[in-house]
Design a protein around this ligand. Structure first.
Ligand code: AMP
Ligand code: MG
Length: 337
């Protein structure tokens, strides 16, 4: 299906200026990411920069520049830094990233690209934004899912999450999603709800998790990439749960969107090692989306995710997301034994 831009987003003003402006920034991020996808063959043929690098830098530059303009006092904690774009031998890469950003905003030059990307080294303090410019890099390359994930964290808790999904759509039947869709954007505001804005319509559609309570029918999401997780732990948990449904393999926080939309009933992340902790940008936007759609999120030990520990979720281990009804069962199952 042809990719279309996320046009005329209708995020109501009463959701707050953070919701309106962050959604607009992520919608711009989708445009840039698609541009890179479109140009991937040309970029790869030059053999000195992967499309992923260009996409990561370009999306971070544009979204960070929007945040600097709209919320100049808020720090940003983001995945990339501009070190690889500085220096004489990086001139070509910087030129390409700048050209890519300028397809969406021609007022941005290479100096602003560098400075905007490096705004991502901000301090994770009382109030800050966190951004994964391309979550699901391997999905992007494989033709699978990838997203642009932006969240606002206040006092260690996520208050707002926006997930731009270039390749996901909601189906017309309730609780269905289309993995090779026209794209759209998911938005959650603490205490207000969770919504989807499709790439072709302006109206927001409320998201809500499934109502499934029987473990044996649970549809459970996991990463595609076996290296990102403990596959044995995941398989054991599925057996202990007793579901007859096959797992749903998907890259990135597109998983969280599918769970929030009722297209699956749970999401399990077993880290590959005891000392592996996700970055905050890998879970922040997705966690609030699941919660505001009526679901529940904890780590594998049942703890609330603590976003005040720095750039990583170092006080948590793994993740259980669910529709709420299955959560206790998922926790009480001896997941690791
Ligand atoms: P997923 O597609 O759910 O596996 O999520 C992708 C995210 O996994 C990326 O954004 C990375 O932050 C994270 N990731 C990348 N490599 C690893 C790894 N070797 N172990 C654990 N997580 C990883
Ligand atoms: Mg990531």
């Amino acid at each position: 299906m042809a990719a279309r831009p996320v046009a005329r987003l209708a995020v109501p003003d009463d959701l707050g200026k953070e919701a309106v402006l962050a959604s607009a920034a992520v919608a711009d991020g989708i445009r840039v990411a698609r541009r890179v996808q479109h140009d991937a063959a040309r970029v790869l043929s030059k053999a000195d920069a992967s499309p992923v690098t260009i996409a990561d830098f370009s999306v971070q530059a544009l979204v960070a520049s929007r945040l600097a303009r709209d919320f100049p006092d808020d720090p940003l904690v983001a995945e990339e830094d501009a070190a690889a774009l500085r220096g004489a031998d990086a001139a070509d890469l910087l030129a390409r990233v700048t050209a890519c950003v300028r397809t969406v905003d021609a007022t941005i030059g290479s100096r602003e690209v560098l400075d905007s990307i490096d705004r991502g080294a901000g301090r994770a303090g009382d109030r800050f934004w966190t951004l994964d410019p391309i979550d699901g890099t391997k999905g992007l390359l494989r033709g699978g899912q990838y997203v642009i994930a932006l969240a606002l964290i206040v006092d260690g808790a996520v208050q707002l999450g926006v997930i731009g999904c270039p390749r996901l759509s909601l189906g017309t039947a309730p609780g269905t999603t289309i993995a090779n869709g026209a794209g759209g954007l998911a938005l959650a505001v603490r205490g207000r709800g969770a919504w989807w804005a499709s790439g072709t319509e302006s109206a927001l559609v409320a998201l809500s998790v499934s109502a499934l309570a029987e473990p044996e029918r649970a549809r459970v999401l996991r990463s595609v990439e076996a290296k990102h997780i403990d596959v044995n732990g995941f398989d054991r948990a599925l057996r202990n749960l007793g579901t007859r449904e096959p797992p749903i393999l998907m890259d990135s926080q597109a998983k969280h969107v599918v769970l929030a939309a009722g297209g699956a009933d749970a999401l399990l992340r077993f880290p590959p090692a005891r000392d592996t902790h996700d970055a905050i940008w890998d879970q922040a936007a997705g966690a609030i989306l699941i919660e505001e759609a009526g679901g529940r999120v904890t780590d594998l030990d049942g703890r609330t995710l603590d976003f005040s520990a720095g750039r990583r979720l170092s006080r948590n281990f793994g993740l259980i997301g669910s529709n709420g009804l299955l959560h206790q069962r998922l926790l009480s199952t001896d997941q690791r034994g």
